[in-house]
Design a protein around this ligand. Structure first.
Ligand SMILES: [Zn+2]
Length: 325
């Protein structure tokens, strides 16, 4: 069963979280594999997406925010887009669009940053938006402060969190075809809980960056965690091995799981958004309108009668949205 463990270091300004996705992750992989149109993702793409899924759960669990956290990479290599969406209750979904060949040893820059135009974005989409409210989006820089290329997803996200929250963060991520896992260690801000929106940025806090000896010691221990250990060991063993000299306060484990938020209603709204002439022309050409969900593989079919009904009673229609799923 997939698990998220949050913990604090007693008396120190340091907190952590450890996630291990097994069923939630294999569910996502199995749905993709079952899709006849695409087949399974190449292993390097699955690995990237698994690391994103683990990071997405860690980041969602780390903020006080009721809504969806969306982690996206727009690539200029074979991975055109990779997206992970984690809800407040830690239900998650993920997908990636791949065009062209992926070599078995391709790394992050080969997949998404071939021409140095790849970018990464983190969006916080509130659950109950007030009218006109836009989701908060942070664009994650591709380079470190000294223009050094960031070769790993964990480096990219660590750098983002340092820039946006002024919080030292250490991330260790790993994924294979069975498990997606991650460890996050973060220095607590001077006041209250950290927040991705950066509202806790303060001079006093900024001055502490890189200087807190407790955080630095614990971060070094965390960074020593090896990929195989993260993938193969249970949470108790990992935390004991890494932090046996520290006083770790654990919180009750939470259970991330796969869930898709697509629905026939949402697809119907999307078709209404196309307009009747466009919908009619698809029906005329293909006999029906068929829309597949990229996240869960669900196929939604609207035959000629269904499609016509979408446009018959304008007074009853919910507002049109541009979102597909
Ligand atoms: Zn779906």
């Amino acid at each position: 069963m997939s698990e998220l463990h949050k913990f604090l270091f007693d008396g120190l300004p340091v907190r952590g979280a450890l996630v291990r996705l097994d069923d939630a992750w294999t569910d996502i992989l199995a749905r993709r594999q079952a899709n006849d149109a695409t087949g399974a993702w190449p292993p390097p793409v699955a690995e990237l997406l698994g690391e994103m899924a683990a990071a997405g759960v860690l980041m969602q669990s780390n903020i006080k925010f009721n809504g969806a956290l969306v982690l996206q990479i727009f690539g200029d290599g074979p991975v055109k887009v990779a997206v992970v969406e984690v809800q407040h209750d830690l239900s998650l979904r993920a997908t990636a669009k791949v065009v062209g060949d992926v070599a078995i040893d391709d790394r992050l820059p080969d997949l998404v940053n071939v021409h140095n135009r790849g970018r990464c974005a983190i969006t916080l989409d509130p659950r109950d938006k007030f009218p006109g409210q836009q989701p908060y989006q942070g664009v994650v820089p591709r380079h470190g402060d000294h223009r050094e290329k960031l070769g790993k997803l964990s480096d990219v996200l660590q750098h983002y969190m340092l820039q946006s929250e002024q919080l030292d963060t250490t991330l260790v991520l790993a994924a294979d075809d069975k498990v997606a896992a991650g460890l996050l260690i973060q220095r607590l801000p001077m006041e209250g809980e950290g927040n991705l929106a950066g509202s806790l940025v303060s001079k006093a806090n900024e001055d502490e960056i890189g200087l807190n000896e407790h955080y630095n010691r614990i971060a070094i221990l965390a960074a020593s965690l090896k990929r195989e250990e993260l993938l193969e060991l249970d949470a108790d063993t990992i935390l004991r091995r890494l932090f046996w000299e520290e006083k770790v306060l654990r919180f009750p484990a939470q259970q991330p799981r796969f869930a898709c938020t697509c629905s026939r209603d949402r697809v119907a709204n999307m078709i209404r958004g196309l307009g009747q002439p466009e919908a009619d022309s698809i029906v005329a050409e293909q006999g029906q309108i068929e829309v597949g969900c990229d996240f869960c593989g669900q196929q939604y079919r609207f035959d000629a009668v269904d499609a016509a009904q979408l446009f018959t009673s304008p007074g009853d229609q919910p507002p049109v949205t541009s979102a597909v799923q």
